[in-house]
Design a protein around this ligand. Structure first.
Ligand code: ADP
Ligand code: MG
Length: 343
């Protein structure tokens, strides 16, 4: 049963660099859209949030500004976080933000104490009774199907948009975590760069992302269609020399090369994490394996790629993009005794 206090509700939020997901106790995951906000520069009024704002990327006139408030995995703009949350809560909750009893905000492990305080203050100012900040890597481990409350080492790799986070979790908490900016947005930029260099074609980031989603792979057979033809993507953009619109056919093989180059950096971050992991917890990975979450978990061959490096089982979360928000479900329920009790 949903935990309620005076008819108020509990809410879990994954404000990722790419996607904003909101869980409302008793209702489930009610929002899953890009974490993008469009505002009118003159009035500072919100024009659109989520899918509606994403449609405006690269296409607005200079009166409207489109912002990704968490770009790069840091809280670049707290005011925009306020706007994005207020706007979506007002849309999702009949009683608005004031009807929230507990708000669990999942954030990158790297956020500073000052940023944490600013977020809690933001919750108070919005009228929420209790705001709790939780490390997203912990929530993603739970959402990825790990029982984190055992005295047993678990390793999670969350490949998101702005950052790839690697966390070691034991006995309900994060023992250590590392992060690199080599993640989905970086892959898109590298693809964009490749098209410029090799195809002499300038493309937008959204096109680069579409190429990635369709063609990206790391090991094993290249992605094919039903007739076993290696997949290609017809990318539209602007010819670098003539300046005219043009199409280039991009193949899965060239994209694999780019992805492998990008993943070298994720591999180094993983190895440096394993190197500093307490040996007992490290040994636990032989049985527990490694879990992959985040949108990057959907890249073809990611499981085999990491299995080859670490030589332990790798599991892809059943719903990788939802892992963090799914984790908030359990955190709101289970951790009542752990931390909400002593507020
Ligand atoms: P964040 O937590 O930073 O918001 P997500 O975990 O939601 O990020 O993942 C978003 C990233 O995953 C984006 O860069 C997106 O392009 C990428 N992504 C989503 N689906 C796929 C896919 N099928 N293949 C490769 N990348 C994907
Ligand atoms: Mg995330």
């Amino acid at each position: 049963m949903a935990e309620k206090d005076n008819g108020k509700i509990n809410v879990g939020v994954d404000l990722g660099t790419s996607n904003l997901l909101i869980y409302i106790e008793g209702r489930g995951v009610v929002f899953k859209e890009p974490s993008i906000i469009a505002i009118d520069k003159a009035t500072q009024k919100v024009v659109a949030v989520g899918n509606d704002a994403a449609e405006l990327v690269g296409k607005v006139h200079d009166k409207v500004e489109v912002i990704k408030p968490l770009s790069g995995g840091v809280i670049s703009d707290i005011e925009m976080i306020r706007e994005i949350l207020e706007f979506t809560f007002d849309k999702l909750l009949p009683g608005g933000v004031q009807s929230i009893h507990k708000l669990l905000l999942c954030m990158p492990s790297e956020i500073t104490a000052t940023e944490k305080e600013a977020l809690i203050k933001l919750g108070n100012e919005l009228g929420v009774q209790r705001t709790k900040i939780e490390e997203e890597i912990k929530a993603s481990a739970i959402g990825g199907g790990i029982n984190i409350y055992t005295p047993c080492g678990n390793l999670v790799i969350d490949i998101g948009g702005g950052t790839t986070n690697i966390g070691v979790i034991s006995l309900g908490d994060v023992v250590l975590s590392k992060s690199t900016k080599v993640a989905g947005d970086f892959f898109d930029k590298q693809i964009m760069h490749h098209l410029k260099e090799k195809h002499k074609l300038e493309i937008g980031l959204q096109t680069a992302e579409k190429i990635k989603v369709k063609l990206a792979s790391l090991v094993g057979d290249l992605p094919c269609d039903e007739e076993e033809n290696v997949l290609t993507y017809n990318a539209m953009g602007r010819d670098l020399i003539s300046g005219l619109p043009r199409m280039a056919v991009v193949g899965a093989k060239e994209i694999r090369k780019i992805m492998l180059e990008c993943f070298e950096s994720i591999k180094s971050t993983l190895i440096s994490t394993l190197e500093i992991m307490p040996p007992e917890l490290s040994g636990d990975l032989v049985d527990n394996g490694i879990t992959i979450t985040g949108g990057g978990a959907l890249i073809k061959g990611v499981k085999e790629y990491f299995e080859e490096i670490v030589k332990v089982n790798v599991k892809i979360a059943s719903s990788p993009i939802n892992a963090v928000v799914d984790g908030t479900k359990s955190l709101l329920k289970i951790e009542k005794e752990h931390y909400y009790g002593d507020y």
